[in-house]
Design a protein around this ligand. Structure first.
Ligand SMILES: [Zn+2]
Length: 198
């Protein structure tokens, strides 16, 4: 069971001011402080596209097998976690083989859609979770990877499109709660097929 908003709030309050997350140093971070005010960075001039990780399946980090971070897998898809972060549950759905989203045939697209709905439904059924955001960006790696981010119930600062920023800002909660929630998601997903691996 994920922490309640009160538990998260008390834990954060006890830790003092939150540090700026590492994303503020990313070159794509769009804000600067100018004259004491937050302002957009100047728009960089157009430049050739940079290669993404694993283009055409060459040296793809996501094609790697024997991953300890996989919580569920079937013959075509897997769900993995990342390093524990500020939001209670953050998962990635990806194909075992190297496909980007437009590469999926109709059958694979149907599987992808069904798994996406199941994951959102399961994550939103966890206690103390209000929403599960699902998003595909893919500017960093070509291999399809769909994000699922759980937003805590009643923690209204964390609503909406800044949830991924709060995932980096908030300190991680108790590891045993996080692992229990991962196991619960994997177990429920496996009731439809595939195998829970945690
Ligand atoms: Zn790949």
């Amino acid at each position: 069971m994920a922490e309640t908003a009160d538990q998260i709030y008390a834990r954060v309050q006890a830790g003092g001011d939150l540090p700026a997350p590492s994303v503020t140093e990313w070159d794509v971070f769009p804000w600067v402080v100018r004259d004491g005010e937050i302002a957009p960075k100047p728009l960089a001039p157009p430049a050739p596209e940079e290669p993404r990780n694993g283009e055409d399946g060459v040296d793809c980090n996501l094609c790697a097998t024997d991953r300890p971070d996989v919580i569920w897998q079937d013959e075509s898809w897997r769900v993995k976690h990342l390093k524990q972060s500020g939001l209670p549950v953050v998962l990635i759905l990806e194909p075992l083989e190297h496909y980007d989203l437009p590469d999926l045939d109709e059958h694979q697209a149907a599987e992808f859609g069904v798994l996406t709905v199941r994951l959102v439904r399961i994550i939103e059924s966890l206690p103390n979770i209000a929403r599960c955001h699902a998003m595909r960006i893919g500017d960093g790696a070509e291999h399809l990877h769909m994000w699922f981010l759980a937003r805590p119930k009643d923690l209204l600062s964390v609503r909406g499109s800044f949830s991924p920023d709060w995932d980096d800002i908030l300190p991680p909660g108790p590891e045993e709660i996080w692992r229990a929630d991962l196991a619960e998601v994997a177990r429920k997903l496996a009731t439809h097929g595939g195998e829970a691996l945690v």
